[in-house]
Design a protein around this ligand. Structure first.
Ligand code: SF4
Ligand code: ZN
Length: 334
């Protein structure tokens, strides 16, 4: 790295953005990142007047950046309010330190903070189900993340509803989004894929709080650098179960492509954004499919929540017939 990319700047660069050929000093990197997040939030109308935004806040680097940025952008606005929600999945050694930090940060920023415990809600922790998941899931050998992701989404949505939130903001970064696109390809899950995007909500289904992802075009290492260089305290520990996830394998593949072909992650997400509206058209107007066990919206006969958490029996392929072709869920995405 030579000097800062910005003309006339004499400061030494702290980060190299290979995909756009820019080496930036601290000041210009922070300025550029702030501008990108603000532009993404404004252009996508992710937060509008009257919103109460529930921030999914784990105290990791991504949600920490999101919490601070939203505090800066909206805490002085009378027409927008914020609440932070932390889900305690029950992972010993990993979650307790970040819960303490989350409490401390919210108190310092004056943001209302709700902690929701999976154990209190369902009497089960991720630790308690991790060992038995393979047996209890019809021998399909599920990773703890399959259960954890369902539980976290459910609890976050329900807590946001209780808080009267109109939006749920999550700290998904560009890497997360690129991985999600590729995972849906790997699994052939088109119904899940159509729910990707910066702003996703399900119309005609009042139980779902619209989700927004203001950091989804910022690469993970830049979100980490952004939090570090701003001096925001975050928890950098890694979940002990992360290596079991399909996401981890997809991440390795995408990262090696990004090294060989800078800009890969951006291309994956922006290409998906361009082709998804056409795919979604085929799903608009279709009747939503309802879980036979709980009556909530689901892309399956028995939703994952009922299957994993409540242990509802899943019909065998013979009972339920072949997978239904074509559209089921009506989504509203911008
Ligand atoms: Fe849950 Fe998996 Fe994430 Fe760990 S890595 S917090 S188990 S989803
Ligand atoms: Zn500079």
């Amino acid at each position: 790295m030579a000097g800062c990319f910005v003309k006339g700047c004499k400061s030494g660069p702290v980060i190299s953005l290979r995909y756009c050929g820019e080496d930036l000093c601290r000041k210009h990197f922070l300025k550029k990142t702030w501008k990108r997040i603000k532009r993404h939030t404004a252009q996508g109308e992710l937060v509008v007047s009257g919103d109460r935004v529930a921030i999914g806040y784990s105290a990791g680097k991504d949600s920490t950046a999101l919490l601070h940025v939203f505090h800066e952008l909206f805490s002085k606005r009378k027409d927008i309010s914020l609440v932070a929600i932390t889900i305690d999945e029950g992972i010993s050694g990993y979650r307790p330190p970040s819960l303490r930090l989350a409490k401390k940060t919210c108190k310092a920023l004056g943001i209302k903070h709700a902690i929701i415990s999976a154990e209190k809600e369902f009497g089960k922790t991720i630790d308690s189900v991790a060992g038995t998941l393979a047996k209890t899931s019809g021998g399909r050998g599920l990773a703890p993340c399959s259960y954890c992701g369902v539980v976290r989404r459910y609890l976050l949505n329900r807590a946001a509803q209780k808080e009267g939130a109109t939006k749920v903001a999550t700290g998904h970064n560009l890497d997360d989004e690129a991985e999600s696109v590729m995972m849906d390809f790997v699994r052939g899950d088109v119904q899940k894929m159509i729910r990707l995007g910066p702003k996703v909500g399900v119309s005609r289904f009042s139980g779902f709080v619209q989700r927004i992802k203001p950091l989804r075009m910022i690469p993970e290492r830049e979100v980490a650098a952004f939090s570090l260089l701003n001096g925001w305290e975050f928890d950098s520990s890694v979940c002990p179960y992360s290596s079991f996830a399909l996401r981890e394998k997809v991440r390795e593949a995408i990262n090696s492509l990004e090294v060989a072909h800078p800009g890969t992650k951006y291309s994956i997400v922006s290409t998906a954004d361009r082709i998804l509206p056409s795919i979604r058209k085929g799903f608009l107007g279709a009747e939503p499919k309802i879980c036979k066990s709980c009556g909530e919206l689901s892309s399956r006969e028995i939703c994952r929540f009922c299957e994993y958490v409540l242990g509802a029996p899943v019909p065998s392929p013979k009972e339920s017939g072949p997978p239904a072709p074509g559209p089921r869920i009506r989504v509203r995405v911008k």
